[in-house]
Design a protein around this ligand. Structure first.
Ligand code: MN
Ligand code: MN
Length: 296
C-alpha cells in the first residue's frame, strides 16, 4: 500500500470515527432515525469524505440493512438496542465502523460488551499472516464466555477501492477457512453477539439498493438515472433517500430499475429466533509490523 492510498484510508477512518461519536450523542428517545441518518451523511461530506453506504440503524433483533426512507417517521424509544453502522470513502478508500447503544436504559450492557470486547481482543491479536479462522475463534470464544452466541452467518470483510466486500471474509466463528491477512490489506472486523440462535435471515426487502449492471432501458429518463447512479455510487450501496433528492417519483423509478434487473435490494437481516443483537466494528490496515485501526 503506497503512502497516498494509506493517507486516504486514514482520512476516511478519522472522519468515520468523528461522525460516529457525534451521532451516538443523538441516539435519544424521540429522535427521528431519519434525522440521525441525515446528520451522519451531511457531516461526512462536510469533513471531506463521501458516504460509502447509507447509514444503517438496526434496532433490537434487526442486525443490519435498515436505513430510513426519505419520508420515514420512526423515532427511537427507551430500551431499544441500536446498531449504528456507517461508512466513509475518500476517493474510493473505505472506512466502515459500527457501535451499539441502548436508548436510555442499561439492560443490554453485557450483550453490547460481548461484541465490543471480542473486537478489542481480535485487534490486540492481529499479526501479519494470521489466519482469519483464528480471529473468528477469538470472537466465538469471547462471546460464548459471556453467555451469548456469535452471529455465524455475518462476517467482516476485506476492503478494496470502491469495493466494500472484497474477496476475504473475517468470520465470527472458527469457520476452518484457510484465508490469512497480508500486509497491505484493509479489512473491516465486525463481531455480532445475540441472545438468540446466532443466525440472521432476510425476511423483507429494505430501502437499500445496489446497482448490478449498466444496461439501456429504451427510456431516456431511466437511462439518465442509471448513469447518474453509476457515476455517483460506483456500484456501492445507496438508499432510496439519495435518489429522492435527485429525481421526482424516486420510488417508482427504482421499482422499474429493479424489474429491468439493473438494481437489486438488500434484505433487512433479522435474528432468526428474534434474539437481541449487538455489533461492534472497526476498519484496520494490515502492515508488516501489525495493524493500524483507522476508525478509533
Ligand atoms: Mn459496517
Ligand atoms: Mn462491514
Amino acid at each position: 500500500m503506497n503512502d497516498d492510498v494509506k493517507s486516504k484510508y486514514l482520512k476516511a477512518g478519522s472522519i468515520a470515527a468523528k461522525v460516529r461519536d457525534q451521532a451516538v450523542e443523538m441516539l435519544k428517545p424521540g429522535t427521528l432515525l431519519l434525522e440521525v441518518a441525515e446528520f451522519v451523511e451531511t457531516e461526512i461530506v462536510k469533513l471531506g469524505g463521501k458516504p460509502a453506504f447509507p447509514v444503517n440503524l438496526a434496532i433490537d433483533s434487526i442486525a443490519a440493512h435498515y436505513t430510513p426512507h426519505s419520508e420515514d417517521t420512526l423515532r427511537f424509544n427507551p430500551g431499544e438496542l441500536v446498531k449504528l453502522d456507517l461508512g466513509v470513502h475518500v476517493d474510493g478508500y473505505i472506512a466502515d465502523t459500527a457501535v451499539t447503544v441502548e436508548i436510555a436504559t442499561n439492560k443490554w450492557a453485557d450483550l453490547i460488551r460481548a461484541a465490543s470486547d471480542s473486537l478489542d481482543m481480535v485487534l490486540d491479536s492481529i499479526t501479519p499472516g494470521i489466519q482469519v479462522r483464528t480471529l473468528g475463534s477469538i470472537i466465538e470464544r469471547t462471546i460464548h464466555s459471556r453467555g451469548f452466541e456469535p452471529v455465524s452467518n455475518l462476517t467482516g470483510h476485506s476492503l478494496e477501492r470502491f469495493n466494500l466486500h472484497a474477496g476475504v471474509s473475517i468470520p465470527n466463528i472458527d469457520d476452518e477457512s484457510i484465508a490469512d491477512l497480508k500486509p497491505g490489506m484493509a479489512v473491516a472486523i465486525e463481531p455480532f453477539a445475540t441472545n438468540g440462535a446466532g443466525r440472521v435471515a432476510g425476511r423483507k426487502s429494505g430501502n437499500i439498493y445496489k446497482q448490478l449492471r449498466v444496461k439501456e432501458t429504451n427510456d431516456s429518463e431511466l437511462d439518465a438515472l442509471v448513469k447518474e447512479i453509476h457515476d455517483e455510487f460506483h456500484f456501492m450501496p445507496f438508499p432510496e433517500r439519495w435518489v429522492a433528492k435527485r429525481v421526482e417519483k424516486s420510488e417508482k423509478m427504482l421499482k422499474r430499475l429493479l424489474r429491468h434487473g439493473i438494481l437489486a435490494t438488500y434484505p433487512i437481516l433479522s435474528e432468526i429466533k428474534g434474539g437481541m443483537v449487538s455489533q461492534s466494528e472497526h476498519t484496520i490496515i494490515i502492515t508488516s509490523e501489525g495493524s493500524i485501526v483507522t476508525t478509533r
